[in-house]
Design a protein around this ligand. Structure first.
Ligand code: ADP
Ligand code: MG
Length: 236
């Protein structure tokens, strides 16, 4: 028990009792063996480096269940069902959000889109493959000064297309949610991703394309026009 307490030391500073219990359950289940420091800490979540019993790296994303900013920001991404939950119980909506990220990561992964392999989730905690080397997270695209941006661009557009074919739109795609791992782009952060039939789906898709084009244009890539990509994806 004393050892377990140590494992949670970093967690307990930030998270409520129930989140710590959720982390504990994932340890009991054998999914996570021990937590390491935070990789990132945002308005909606923190991401931790963790280890399996076999000392393999894991990325563990823990959603905050009491963030006013998260509560506001979440609204436009809710579908009818999630909206109902949201109005009744925000905490439950966060759990659903986490579950959606897991499910959509799985769909993306199965559709051969480069994403961290989803491993498990419980309540507000998502466990996934760690992208990086020796515990050093893969760099986000915006931090990379020089690379074969033409090649990453092509792959990025292909992944947006594959995702759409699989029924999903990322809805927050940009150089801040794409990392370079093993010389290839990998998409992160699927919490806000939506199904094709979401009322704002087309707006989100166009915005994703615009963000991606804007970034790669700034890196000297001759990009395909926003609407041309959009048309090709929606009416192939
Ligand atoms: N599977 C992963 N492997 C390595 N690093 C990750 C992984 N998932 C997230 N990260 C790191 O944590 C940061 C935040 O994760 P993200 O899912 O984008 O959450 P948010 O942007 O909502 O805080 C990312 O920008 C990335 O640096
Ligand atoms: Mg992000």
């Amino acid at each position: 028990m004393e050892k377990d307490r140590e494992k949670f030391e970093t967690l307990e500073e930030v998270f409520d009792y129930s989140t710590v219990m959720t982390a504990y359950k994932l340890i009991r289940k054998g999914i996570v063996d021990r937590f390491n420091g935070a990789i990132s800490s945002g308005k909606e979540s923190r991401v931790y480096l963790a280890f399996t019993k076999q000392d393999e790296f894991l990325a563990v994303k823990i959603y905050l269940t009491s963030s006013a900013e998260f509560k506001r920001g979440m609204r436009i991404y809710l579908d009818e069902e999630l909206y109902r939950i949201y109005t009744k119980n925000f905490r439950q909506a966060v759990f659903e959000w986490c579950k959606r990220e897991f499910n959509h990561l799985r769909i993306a992964y199965n559709a051969k889109v480069n994403v961290p392999r989803p491993i498990d989730y419980l309540n507000n905690i998502l466990v996934m493959e760690f992208l990086g080397e020796n515990g050093k997270p893969a760099p986000l695209l915006y931090t990379i000064a020089k690379f074969d941006f033409e090649a990453i661009y092509k792959k990025t557009i292909t992944f947006i297309e594959l995702l759409y074919k699989a029924g999903i739109i990322h809805a927050d795609l940009s150089e801040y949610n794409i990392v370079l791992h093993k010389q290839e782009p990998f998409f992160l952060d699927f919490g806000q991703s939506v199904k094709k039939n979401h009322p704002n789906a087309m707006n989100f898709l166009l915005r994703d394309i615009k963000n991606v084009n804007k970034f790669f244009r700034s890196r000297g890539v001759k990009v395909i026009e926003d609407y041309e990509i959009f048309e090709k994806i929606v009416n192939p």
